[in-house]
Design a protein around this ligand. Structure first.
Ligand SMILES: NC(=O)c1ccc[n+]([C@@H]2O[C@H](COP(=O)([O-])OP(=O)(O)OC[C@H]3O[C@@H](n4cnc5c(N)ncnc54)[C@H](OP(=O)(O)O)[C@@H]3O)[C@@H](O)[C@H]2O)c1
Length: 251
């Protein structure tokens, strides 16, 4: 696989996405469009910690605004001269939003973690299939694999996105487009600030390395970070519920 030269990032202020861009820059990535809902915050961040990428364009975009998806892809295609890679790093943890959630907060979590990303990725997939090549990286989570009482809203939304991405990967097979589904465990990022790290916690840089490795594959991949979480969750998914409730606790 040829390393990507250009990338569109959905959720451009994500710690994991920015670590991934830094990692891919060493393989030749040199033009990026960062789509973010708070562009002032992202500009300030990049002034303080530049990306070392030749051309960086920041575009205001919110995954909840479906009318903005088409124009964003058109802008990115023009700015980049062709989109090689799309990273979907949008997400909102809403930690603790289990039984205490309201209908409004439940809806917001489902929209920002599932229906919003699925809508924009639908447009992205059409664009890349028409181009005949490209890679989509979807940040899912091991939370998608089994709901926990403390964050089943996030987990169920991620389960929807994970399932969407796996189906999309099959739908575009043979078109020249790959969809890599990345399932990290706990990652120390701004999303998890203040939370006690879970077992097998990793870093944005470790996730970035796993994504860079997946990028070498011409076939769609499912990647757990760290790798041990793949076999571990294969077992945990089958664990009786009473035991699972005790293992998962209120984490
Ligand atoms: N950290 C973890 O433990 C972990 C584990 C597994 C999977 N993941 C997934 O990895 C991805 C990246 O997470 P991260 O750890 O890098 O956390 P992060 O830095 O908080 O990144 C998440 C990004 O999503 C953006 N976002 C949220 N709602 C949005 C909306 N409505 N429209 C546009 N952008 C929106 C946030 O924007 P703002 O910057 O404006 O808040 C933020 O930049 C997420 O999908 C997350 O679910 C994270």
């Amino acid at each position: 696989m040829t390393a990507p030269r250009t990338a569109l990032v959905l959720g451009g202020n994500s710690d994991i996405a920015l670590a991934t861009l830094r990692r891919l820059a060493s393989d030749g990535l040199d033009r990026v469009v960062l789509a973010a809902r708070d562009i002032d915050a992202l500009e300030r961040r990049l002034e303080a910690e530049p990306l070392s990428i030749a051309e960086v364009t920041i575009v205001a975009w919110d995954t909840l605004d479906a009318a903005g998806h088409g124009p964003l892809i058109d802008t990115a295609a023009e700015e980049l001269g062709g989109i090689d890679l799309v990273i979907c790093a949008v997400g909102s943890l809403g930690h603790g939003a289990g039984i205490t959630a309201t209908s409004a907060s439940a809806n917001a979590l489902i929209e920002s973690n599932f229906s919003g990303p699925a809508a924009v990725l639908t447009d992205v997939a059409h664009h890349l299939v028409e181009r005949g090549r490209g890679t989509i990286v979807v940040l899912s989570s091991v939370a998608a694999l089994r709901p926990r009482r403390s964050n089943y809203l996030y987990g169920s939304a991620k389960a929807g996105l994970d399932s969407f991405a796996l189906g999309l990967a099959d739908a575009v097979a043979g078109s020249g487009v790959q969809v890599h589904v990345i399932r990290p465990g706990f990652v120390t990022s701004k999303m998890t600030t203040g939370l006690r790290p879970a077992p097998f916690a990793s870093t944005p840089e470790a996730v970035a390395e796993a994504i860079a490795d997946a990028m070498t594959s011409a076939k769609s991949r499912i990647v757990h970070v760290p790798r041990v979480l793949g076999p571990l969750f294969a077992v945990l998914r089958l664990t009786p519920r009473a035991i699972w409730r005790r293992i998962a606790g209120d984490r």
